[in-house]
Design a protein around this ligand. Structure first.
Ligand code: DLL
Length: 433
């Protein structure tokens, strides 16, 4: 198995834990001594760095929330001097002030190392042409994967987002073997390519996709792989962790979280207590080496499952499974919890349904009303009302069974729902809750 750094990637789990403990202890001492924010937080929680005597003691440390970053806008949580900062990224978010992330030289180096390991674990390396179609600029996706790809000796094609027809021409002419972008943008590219008479499967050298920055399901993965003739890997991260950080390996069974860089906990979102292995919970991450913007027990709000079982790829770092949603993206429809990922999973199991859907939630009087707009697949498209009624009934039936709540389904023509170049917006909630 080819690895970027065999020694660290296959280090025995026990040694990794020792290393994590050392790094945690150093980071906590540093923050307690130099950061007024962390000093105050630890005092409030009645914990001193001397109280951390094992890795498990991480649970004594207070949590950090996205609101802490916003409340300290733009850079009051930074623990490096301005002279030592070499870059900013800014994440817009949906509410309030944006989040500003700063990086020292070492921070950029660790971020790039993390992605170098990840990209190699997806089978990429020297000789590959990697088209980076995440946005370049304030968003972390473009530059993050750009430097990761350069680090492993691949050739980067920095197309960023947009100008899709040109992207497809360049993909063909420069023989891109891999693409990094959101799954929604790749779906859009596939369609635009077909309109241009280009089949990504047959007329390009594309073999690998490194797709993320938004939730998607395994069934969507299978569709993308089948349609475009590639292996599709998930990549995960958030601006606060640096940007895209962790990818799946060729086993496609979750992201390896590099233990020398991050300590991951999966906790019950209500109690903040650990949950049993294999149960889903909220991801809480402590970055062990970050200098400019340290993150201790950051409650990301993403829901996943921790998998500590040995990975057949030989890497000893634990995995987290595909992100199952956010703690705050759960919709409550007439008292029933509904996750958009359940809707996607169900729809993708129905062959007459295309890749695109939209959920619209409204309130009629006191009752919630959920409408799922579904693009019918090109093959199943028909102008016979009877055929369409049958498909609609089937989709409604499957959704009702999966979600335990009745929803209305509207079938729409292929190509009629909005397409996205970056993160997609699949849920429109019109209720004033
Ligand atoms: O989206 C970083 C990134 C760039 C990741 C490129 C992967 C590829 P933010 O804009 O701060 O950072 O958004 C982070 O996006 O908390 C998740 O809710 C969601 N997210 C990111 N990757 C995935 C994924 C970048 N693979 C937020 N699956 C996170 C599901 C994801 N959700």
């Amino acid at each position: 198995m080819v690895m970027w750094d065999q020694q660290i990637e296959t280090m025995p789990a026990q040694d990794l834990r020792k290393l994590q403990y050392r790094l945690l202890k150093t980071q906590v001492y540093r923050l307690y001594s130099f950061s007024p924010f962390y000093h105050e937080r630890m005092k409030q929680a009645n914990v001193h760095p001397d109280d951390i005597t094992s890795l498990a003691d991480v649970k004594k440390l207070p949590f950090m929330y996205k609101a802490d970053l916003r409340d300290n806008y733009p850079d009051r949580l930074f623990t490096a001097s301005r002279d030592d900062l070499v870059r900013y990224h800014v994440s817009s978010g949906t509410t309030g002030k944006p989040t500003v992330v700063g990086y020292t030289k070492n921070d950029l180096d660790n971020w790039t190392t993390s992605l170098a390991r990840g990209l190699v674990s997806c089978g990429l390396g020297r000789g590959d042409v990697i088209q980076v179609s995440y946005g370049y600029g304030l968003f972390t996706g473009g530059l993050g994967l750009h430097y990761g790809a350069e680090r492993i000796g691949a050739t980067v094609l920095p197309t960023s987002v947009g100008n899709t027809e040109r992207q497809i021409e360049l993909m063909q002419d420069l023989h891109a073997t891999a693409i990094c972008c959101t799954p929604s943008y790749l779906l859009h590219m596939g369609e635009v390519a077909e309109k241009m008479g280009v089949s990504i499967k047959n007329d390009t050298d594309l073999a690998i996709g490194v797709l993320g920055a938004e939730p998607w399901t395994d069934l969507m993965r299978f569709r993308i792989q089948e349609w475009l003739g590639i292996r599709a890997y998930d990549v995960y991260g958030t601006s606060e962790l640096s940007g895209p950080m962790f990818t799946e390996c060729t086993e496609q069974k979750g992201f390896h979280v590099w233990s020398d860089l991050a300590l991951v906990e999966v906790l019950d979102k209500d109690t903040g207590e650990p949950i049993a292995q294999g149960e889903r919970g909220e991801l809480v991450i402590t970055m062990l080496q970050k200098e400019a913007l340290p993150m201790i027990r950051f409650r990301i709000g993403d829901v996943s499952i921790l998998d500590d079982d040995p990975c057949p790829c030989g890497r000893t770092h634990p995995r987290i499974r595909r992100i199952q949603g956010r703690v705050d993206d759960m919709l409550i429809i007439r008292g029933i919890n509904v996750f958009p990922s359940q809707v996607e999973h169900t729809l993708m199991s129905i062959s007459e349904v295309g890749q695109h859907f939209q959920i619209v939630v409204d309130r009629q009087g006191a009752l919630d009303d959920m409408l799922v707009r579904v693009e019918i697949s090109q093959n199943a498209f028909s102008d016979k009302i009877n055929d369409l009624m049958k498909i609609r009934a089937k989709v409604e039936h499957k959704l009702r069974n999966a979600l335990n709540v009745g929803v209305n389904v509207e079938l729409v023509e292929p190509g009629s729902l909005p397409r996205f170049e970056g993160k997609s917006k699949k849920v429109i909630d019109r209720r004033n809750l």
